[in-house]
Write a protein that binds this ligand. Structure first.
Ligand code: PA5
Length: 450
């Protein structure tokens, strides 16, 4: 079970400026209201991610079982919620050395990145999985058209078995493509938003393909979901952490830093960044009032960023809340040899494990931040495996929607990304965007751009 150490988030003699217990008690009413709203959203079936642990995954295991053994790589084309969870899960378990097959995720439209990706995969043994809930995302559709064209030309007789599409059950033009081409397909459920979808086919297909135990992943998620159904914040780590972050945000701590002391978990800090930023960064509250809220999520890596960011974290503005991710037991470890027993500069390291040094440095940073009166928490993975990753995913998904309720915003939409999408359509000549195109011409003229 994941452990959540939150003592340095609460007021103590070391951090007297942290949130006092009374403040949490005074929040009982807003917690109650937010909990009721979550229950009502669940009844209305708009928080589908809560029910994903019960997802029937036979269609995924059947698909994997039917694949030709020669397929040893999956290349995912997707972006945002259709990519970050896949990457995070793969990085976490690949680094632990457990996976048999490879995953690549092409989640940009950078041509050099595509060139590198194509240079790294053997297309003959690769399945391409195009993931897009809407089927309209320019970045993913550009990659889709390039890749499918390449695959069709290279493997004209059996290209269909090399292409998989994950999209809405009914909507979108990709459903027509699936029907006419006969591609295998998977579903992004209607009631699960992109950034909450890692435990749907979106994240499970690539995870099962590379050899992850997706049943254990869902068991971990179920265990955390059950733990976080309790309305009492002291028995519900997601609610407690959301409330504390909300109260800190109200106290001016506009930045939430997630700092794994594990390279394997670094991409989960990236996944968290999207979840927290896109869900909570909102202009309007539920009644349509301008409120411009949101805490900026930042990722840092221990120990690497101790030599980059920690100076700012301890002595810069006291506007951040920190969350460390710690691993108790690493699957691989090294003992540092006592190469210079008579040199005190390094002999203290001799005979110690690298993991011991890593976790000592994590604890040292916790002490340094606490002494500098910076609130910090620690989420402890007994070990990095599917079960604990499932717990972590569910913890943060519930925490995020609960924080959205406390902020009185809609954590499930993303109206702020629309303007950029529309301007891209106009710039790239999509039909129906003439007005936006002429606005852009005016914009360029005013700035002397050609
Ligand atoms: O969380 C979200 O909804 C977004 O980040 C989407 O996942 C992202 O924009 C990709 O959308 P789509 O899956 O429709 O291509």
């Amino acid at each position: 079970m994941l452990k959540f150490a939150y003592h340095n988030l609460l007021a103590s003699t070391l951090i007297p400026s942290a949130i006092p217990l009374e403040k949490l008690k005074e929040s009982a009413e807003i917690v109650k209201v937010a909990h009721q709203e979550i229950l009502s959203d669940r009844r209305a079936d708009i928080l589908g991610f809560y029910n994903l642990p019960e997802l029937d995954t036979n269609h995924i295991t059947d698909f994997i079982a039917k694949q030709d053994d020669k397929f040893d790589t999956m290349l995912v084309l997707g972006i945002g919620g259709s990519a970050l969870g896949n990457k995070a899960l793969y990085s976490a378990l690949k680094t632990e050395g457990e996976l048999k097959k490879k995953l690549f995720v092409y989640d940009n439209v950078d041509p050099v990145f595509l060139h590198e990706t194509l240079g790294s995969v053997n297309l003959d043994t690769t399945i391409i999985n195009i993931i897009t809930k809407s089927g309209t995302t320019a970045e993913t559709m550009a990659g889709y058209m390039i890749l499918v064209d390449i695959i069709k030309q290279k493997f004209p007789s059996d290209y269909q078995k090399r292409i998989v599409i994950t999209t809405d059950r009914e909507k979108g033009f990709l459903r027509q493509v699936i029907a006419s081409e006969g591609y295998a397909s998977f579903v992004v459920p209607d009631n699960v938003g992109g950034r909450f979808s890692v435990l749907t086919d979106v994240g499970l297909v690539s995870s099962a393909f590379v050899g992850m135990d997706i049943a254990a992943l869902l068991q971990g998620a179920a265990s955390m979901r059950n733990r976080c159904q309790n309305p009492d914040i002291w028995d519900n780590p997601a609610y407690l952490n959301a409330l504390i972050h909300f109260l800190y945000y109200r106290m001016g701590k506009n930045i939430s830093v997630m700092m794994p002391y594990s390279n394997a978990l670094y991409d989960f800090a990236d996944w968290y960044r999207q979840l927290w930023a896109e869900s909570l960064g909102k202009r309007k509250d539920n009644s349509g009032r301008d409120i411009f809220v949101g805490q900026t999520p930042v990722k840092a890596l221990g120990t690497t960023d101790q030599h980059s960011q920690v100076q700012l974290y301890t002595e810069g503005p006291n506007d951040k809340v920190f969350t460390f991710l710690t691993v108790e037991n690493f699957k691989h470890d090294y003992t540092i040899p006592n190469l210079h027993p008579d040199r005190e500069e390094v002999s203290y390291l001799g005979g110690r494990k690298l993991s011991e040094l890593l976790n000592a440095e994590r604890f040292a940073t916790e002490i340094a931040l606490s002494q500098a009166k910076r609130p910090n928490a620690n989420i402890v993975f007994p070990v990095i495996d599917e079960f604990h990753l499932g717990e972590f995913i569910m913890l943060y998904e519930i925490q995020t929607v609960f924080a959205g309720k406390l902020l009185q915003i809609n954590p499930l939409d993303q109206p702020g990304v629309e303007a950029g999408k529309i301007a891209t359509y106009a710039l790239m000549g999509k039909a129906g965007f003439d007005k936006e195109r002429s606005d852009i011409e005016q914009y360029k003229k005013e700035r002397g751009l050609s």
